[in-house]
Design a protein around this ligand. Structure first.
Ligand code: HEC
Ligand code: HEC
Ligand code: HEC
Ligand code: HEC
Ligand code: HEC
Ligand code: HEC
Ligand code: HEC
Ligand code: HEC
Length: 502
């Protein structure tokens, strides 16, 4: 008995150690220490300016107005690296015997001086943005994901070895293959789309200059050759790197907008957005302090998702205060885990889909408590409690609708009643819009207090989708009973047009 207890105790201690050992640390990538300890000799900021003051007036002026310039942090601190560093620009006109310049600057450079912000960022859903879509089809270039979004030009011909998937070109309308077998056109076309919001694997040419199919980009979680993840410039544009700028709702709205995640439009049409719009001049973004009627009257994006409001700690982990996952086809409560995709790249240059349940390290209850704590600065208990009862009800209702849609889709697929080119299938299109567009609007509109998005752009349209899906479902099932062959059913189906859902 005593022995058994000791074994159990030992197991607990061992587990405890294992957990501590598994905690992600910046030290897990040797480049962190290399950069931190690197002191290039014989080079000052002034020397960089000799050429760059005239070459790059905008960049230098931006930097001169930054807190960095005032604190003595200059071009050298961010752009000078050891000669053999993974991002070294080998042919820069000026270099020393041990140092040269890097053009592709990842968050690993920022981590030298801002380790906490970088760790918080790496633990957040934002750090997944680059890996997630690239890892989705295990091929490492995201073609399956881009196929999902019409961009067939991104596929390099029917050659399976280039596409990573033997059936990549299958069933696609030839009209969408105009750029195939022109690899440069193909890769560069994706650079204008997903890459700019999500990020991609940054690759360099022989000189160490980044390639056009991935750079320039402020995509949220670009994956750099030195293991660094993320473009801190996504919210702190270079070279002012201002916190005040990042506190503005505009700092989020270059990505969080449009038919599939209209957070900007949702915010603008909420009462908080209306108050911000009409009282903008009275808001003070130069400080992170949230003092009612002094620095703000109603919250903006960063207040709720990041700030040290009402005693909460300011964080770069934008997933920390989220209870639900609202982008998924079906919403689920987040778990205790941190995000993993950024760290996998940081440690081993691995592409992972990441942990879509990442949220608060203490679980979804704490996440909700923290979000409620934000509201509590300006609203009373009953208001906040009732509000979130309603939000949760809307999300659970959406999940019910999704179950109905899911059931029809699964059955049609099992019976061979979905077309092989998904995007030419009206049922599939409706199914996609029902979760990816209107389903997100229904949930996010309710969560951020925009009744128009919760209902007219959301719930109302989800219900319309289900009505239309049902009628396609019924007619296909009926036809199948009559003619038995699913291929013939799809051939004989009367054309159904699906309007764009924006
Ligand atoms: C003797 C003039 C000169 C000095 C001094 C100089 N540079 Fe440059 N730099 C250039 C030129 C010319 C280019 C364009 C080279 C190219 O793109 O092929 C350049 C390009 C760059 C680029 C961008 C590369 C690109 O193509 O986007 C960075 C970043 C850079 N320099 C940083 C620095 C830093 C940091 C210092 C100080 C350590 C510095 N430079 C000092 C001349 C200079
Ligand atoms: C606080 C860090 C930091 C400082 C200081 C800094 N840079 Fe940069 N710089 C960056 C980052 C980050 C990027 C974007 C890199 C990327 O997207 O991969 C960048 C990009 C650049 C580029 C390429 C972008 C373009 O528009 O052509 C040039 C050139 C450049 N910096 C020059 C300079 C010069 C000159 C100085 C000094 C006056 C300077 N930088 C100071 C971080 C810094
Ligand atoms: C060599 C150290 C060093 C490096 C490298 C560095 N920073 Fe800084 N950073 C500072 C210092 C010092 C300040 C000024 C602190 C102050 O004045 O309160 C600062 C301030 C900031 C601020 C706050 C500015 C404001 O308006 O309050 C931001 C944002 C920032 N840095 C982002 C970055 C990013 C992004 C990178 C990487 C591209 C980076 N820093 C690289 C040292 C550094
Ligand atoms: C305008 C910026 C933007 C563009 C362009 C964009 N996305 Fe997104 N994407 C987002 C945002 C913002 C979210 C998060 C939505 C949320 O949390 O509700 C997201 C979410 C996602 C997700 C779900 C998140 C996850 O972890 O699984 C996937 C997958 C995705 N995007 C893939 C793509 C692909 C593939 C493309 C290109 C065909 C693309 N996106 C283009 C901004 C963008
Ligand atoms: C450069 C584009 C970009 C900017 C700017 C941006 N985001 Fe995001 N955001 C994304 C993408 C892409 C995702 C989806 C990541 C994924 O799940 O793969 C995302 C996801 C999120 C999520 C959900 C994370 C999760 O765990 O599911 C929140 C919350 C969020 N962003 C808030 C913000 C806020 C607040 C701002 C402004 C302060 C902001 N974002 C600025 C691109 C951006
Ligand atoms: C989603 C947008 C977003 C991204 C991405 C982002 N930041 Fe920030 N950052 C902010 C906001 C908003 C603030 C102000 C927070 C506050 O006042 O509570 C801030 C503040 C800061 C500060 C000043 C902190 C202080 O106490 O004054 C630093 C330093 C900083 N960020 C560094 C970084 C670094 C390094 C990265 C890249 C890993 C990064 N940020 C990425 C939005 C962002
Ligand atoms: C009044 C506080 C508040 C403001 C202001 C606010 N949000 Fe939110 N946001 C929330 C709440 C609450 C949720 C749902 C949290 C949950 O899951 O329990 C949410 C959810 C989200 C999500 C969905 C994440 C997912 O699970 O897919 C994104 C993305 C997001 N917000 C971005 C933004 C952006 C961008 C802005 C500004 C344009 C903004 N938010 C303004 C409170 C706010
Ligand atoms: C900095 C103060 C502040 C914070 C923090 C804040 N609000 Fe508000 N909120 C206001 C003000 C002011 C109004 C306008 C009251 C009115 O409509 O007359 C408002 C209005 C609202 C409204 C619409 C008006 C109504 O009576 O229905 C809702 C819903 C709301 N807030 C929810 C929230 C939620 C949820 C949170 C936390 C996630 C939150 N607020 C955080 C200040 C704040």
């Amino acid at each position: 008995m005593g022995k058994a207890l000791r074994v159990v105790l030992f197991a607990f201690v061992a587990l405890g150690f294992a957990a501590a050992g598994n905690a992600n640390s910046l030290k897990d990538n040797p480049n962190y220490e290399i950069l931190k300890n690197f002191k290039p000799q014989g080079i000052t900021n002034k020397q960089c300016l000799l050429c760059h003051k005239t070459r790059d007036r905008g960049i230098v002026a931006g930097w001169q107005h930054s807190k960095h310039a005032k604190a003595g942090v200059g071009c050298v601190n961010c752009h000078v690296v050891p000669k053999d560093y993974p991002t070294a620009f080998k042919t820069h006109p000026m270099q020393g015997s041990t140092w040269t310049v890097q053009v592709a600057v990842s968050s690993l450079t920022c981590a030298k001086c801002h380790p906490e912000e970088v760790v918080q960022f790496m633990n957040s859903g934002h750090a997944r943005a680059g890996s997630q879509w690239l890892a989705a089809n295990k091929s490492g270039h995201g073609y399956a994901m881009t196929k999902l979004s019409y961009n067939y030009e991104a596929m390099r011909g029917d050659n399976p070895s280039l596409n990573g998937h033997a059936d990549m070109g299958k069933g696609i309308d030839p009209a969408f293959k105009v750029n195939q077998n022109k690899p440069d056109l193909a890769a560069n076309s994706v650079a204008n789309t997903c890459v700019q919001c999500h990020g991609a694997v940054i690759t360099l040419n022989k000189q160490g200059l980044p390639d056009p199919d991935v750079w320039p980009s402020d995509g949220m979680a670009s994956l750099y050759p030195d293991g660094g993840v993320g473009s801190c410039t996504a919210c702190h544009s270079r070279h002012t790197f201002s916190a005040a700028e990042a506190r503005q709702p505009g700092a989020c709205s270059n990505c969080h907008l449009g038919p599939d995640h209209p957070d900007k439009e949702i915010f603008d049409s909420s009462v908080h957005g209306h108050i911000f719009e009409t009282n903008k001049e009275d808001y003070d973004f130069s400080t992170g302090k949230q003092i009612p009627m002094k620095t703000l009257r109603a919250p903006t994006c960063f207040t709720c998702h990041m700030s040290d409001v009402n005693g909460l700690t300011s964080t770069h982990n934008i997933s920390q205060r989220l209870k639900w996952n609202l982008w998924a086809p079906k919403s689920f409560a987040r778990t205790k885990g941190d995000e993993t995709a950024g760290w996998a790249w940081y440690k081993n240059r691995k592409l992972l889909r990441g942990n879509s349940k990442a949220g608060n390290s203490e679980g979804p209850k704490t996440a909700r408590t923290q979000m409620k704590h934000v509201c509590a600065m300006c609203h009373e208990t009953t208001f906040v409690k009732n509000y979130f009862i309603r939000v949760d009800a809307q999300i659970e209702l959406y999940n019910e609708y999704n179950t109905i849609a899911d059931k029809m889709f699964t059955e049609l697929k099992a019976k061979g009643l979905i077309r092989s080119d998904l995007w030419s299938d009206p049922f599939f299109k409706l199914y996609y819009y029902s979760w990816h567009h209107e389903g997100r609007r229904m949930r996010q509109g309710a969560a951020m207090a925009s009744p128009d998005y919760a209902h007219w752009h959301g719930a109302f349209e989800v219900m319309q989708d289900i009505r239309e899906m049902k009628s396609i479902y019924n007619s296909r099932i009926k036809l199948l009973e009559k003619i038995k062959d699913p291929k013939e059913v799809l051939k004989n189906e009367a054309p159904v047009s699906v309007a764009p859902h924006d």
